[in-house]
Ligand binder design. Structure first.
Ligand SMILES: Cc1cc2nc3c(=O)[nH]c(=O)nc-3n(C[C@H](O)[C@H](O)[C@H](O)COP(=O)(O)OP(=O)(O)OC[C@H]3O[C@@H](n4cnc5c(N)ncnc54)[C@H](O)[C@@H]3O)c2cc1C
Length: 447
């Protein structure tokens, strides 16, 4: 069926791209080149009215909908074959109220946009570690980054939103008027509506002691143990992530990225990491928060990705050995295993305040296959799946929704929230999107 988009084009303040438009090819791309979809049209909205019009048009013409924020979801949920993409990439304004310590971020803003606006006032909110990632997609799915230990998950700092519901109604979400919906937005993803604005709590912070320590060769096993023991002793002033990789010679390599915000100039934790075996690079120093946000800076849309993660309560030696076996099986760079420490604020925050269900976890461990040659798709996807299977005996939940591919079974999504929260999310979904119009996400099916 061919749909005529003239009426939609005429009703929007933004624009509508079809395959014949010059910008279409770039606009349909996701961060993950494994996803190659051709939407019937891409509605680049400018405000809530445009979003409501696009939702109504899609409903009337029976078009499948995808919502695009920063375009980073590894499952490629922001693109849909033959459907309508509601694209928020022209809605990237961030307004900061320094006195109230609040940031109001439009639905298509990226972390570079939010970080820059907040840092202009010496303020931060805990976000993602790569600037081109969408604020909305990341925050609605939880949000782990360089300030998790200090301020919790990104969604813990989400105080309110403006949402266009699948019925086309614009509603304010906050803790007073709609506490249930705010709870659901804190982890339940884009299931309940399209967020035109998200409001975050900000914290004063300008510089951190961060950067990266690099390790290689035979010392890597012991260096991971030092990383593990070091984060176990931290509380709320050090976030830390580690990436296990192989270099061109297939030697294991480890990068540890701390972000310290305490009062010491040379914290004990960094001394421990500095004296760990196999250290080949030390780029850790005091720098601006925006520099820390550039420590991981991959290019946009340059490779194919398949990720799978597990939350674990600890990182025992036998799990470290299993991870080293799996990194040996990777066979070639890039790609690797990401280990994100979740110690600190996430455990201190009242678990009933948000839908996210992994506050008991000490680490999020993710197999992240990345490659460029389509001929290697099967091999890399198999590596990620087998690596996740190897981690599974230590897992305590269904995995991190923000890193899930589209092939995850419903049970794993349910397990990520726990049965009680999942039921509550389903009740919210039934109320706000009974027809499951917004299903291109880690989907919570209505009852
Ligand atoms: C390079 C890279 C780095 C990453 N780093 C981190 C990290 O440090 N920490 C972390 O926790 N995660 C990280 N992620 C994962 C990321 O949080 C998720 O992929 C997230 O879904 C990306 O959001 P997006 O808006 O960019 O994605 P999109 O693909 O545009 O959107 C994904 C989904 O989010 C929902 N969505 C997006 N915008 C809106 C909106 N305005 N209203 C309603 N729903 C919306 C929709 O359901 C949409 O399908 C990273 C991903 C990549 C590729």
């Amino acid at each position: 069926m061919t749909v005529n988009f003239t009426e939609l084009r005429e009703s929007l303040s933004g624009d509508v791209l079809e395959a014949s438009d010059a910008e279409y090819e770039r606009a349909r791309l996701c961060f993950n080149l494994l996803i190659d979809r051709r939407p019937a049209a891409i509605a680049r909205c400018l405000d809530a009215g445009d979003i409501a019009a696009a939702l109504t048009f899609a409903r009337q013409h029976d078009l499948e909908i995808a919502v695009r924020g920063g375009g980073h979801n590894p499952a490629g949920h922001c693109a849909v074959d033959d459907g309508l993409v509601i694209d928020l990439s022209r809605m990237r304004r961030v307004e900061v109220d320094p006195d109230a310590r609040l940031a109001h971020s439009q639905g298509g803003a990226t972390w570079s946009d939010l970080d820059a606006a907040a840092q202009a006032h010496g303020l931060v909110t805990p976000g993602g570690v790569v600037g081109s990632t969408g604020v909305a997609g990341l925050a609605l799915g939880g949000g782990i980054g360089h300030l998790t230990a200090q301020y919790g998950f990104t969604c813990d700092n989400l105080l309110g939103a403006e949402l266009v519901t699948p019925a086309g109604e614009t509603i304010e979400v906050d803790g007073d008027a709609t506490p249930d919906l705010l709870w659901g937005l804190r982890g339940g993803g884009g299931n309940f509506g399209v967020a035109t604005r998200l409001t975050f709590r900000l914290h004063p912070l300008s510089t951190v002691i961060g950067g990266r320590f690099d390790y290689a060769g035979g010392g890597v096993r012991d260096a991971i143990r030092v990383f593990r023991d070091m984060v176990a002793g931290t509380d709320g002033d050090l976030s830390c992530q580690a990436q296990l990789k192989v270099d061109e010679a297939l030697t294991p390599a480890l990068t540890v990225v701390p972000c310290y915000t305490g009062s010491e100039d040379d914290p004990e934790e960094h001394r421990a990491l500095r004296s760990a075996p196999g250290l080949v690079g030390d780029g850790v120093r005091r720098h601006g928060f925006l520099d820390q946000q550039r420590v991981f800076d991959p290019g946009y849309g340059i490779d194919r990705n398949y990720w799978k993660s597990h939350f674990v309560p600890a990182l025992p030696d036998d799990l470290i050995d299993a991870l080293l076996d799996r990194i040996g099986a990777l066979g070639r760079p890039p790609g690797g295993i990401l280990i994100e420490s979740l110690r600190g604020a996430p455990q201190r925050i009242d678990s009933s305040s948000a839908a996210v269900g992994y506050r008991e976890a000490a680490f999020n461990i993710s197999a992240m296959a990345a490659w460029t040659d389509p001929a290697l798709d099967d091999e890399h996807i198999a590596w990620a799946r087998e690596t996740a299977t190897a981690i599974e005996p230590w897992s305590i939940s269904g995995g991190y929704a923000n890193y899930m591919q589209a092939d995850e079974p419903l049970d794993r999504i349910r397990a990520a929230f726990g049965p009680e929260s999942f039921d509550r999310l389903r009740a919210l979904k039934t109320r706000y999107d009974p027809g499951n119009l917004l299903h291109r996400n880690q989907n919570i099916p209505p009852r």
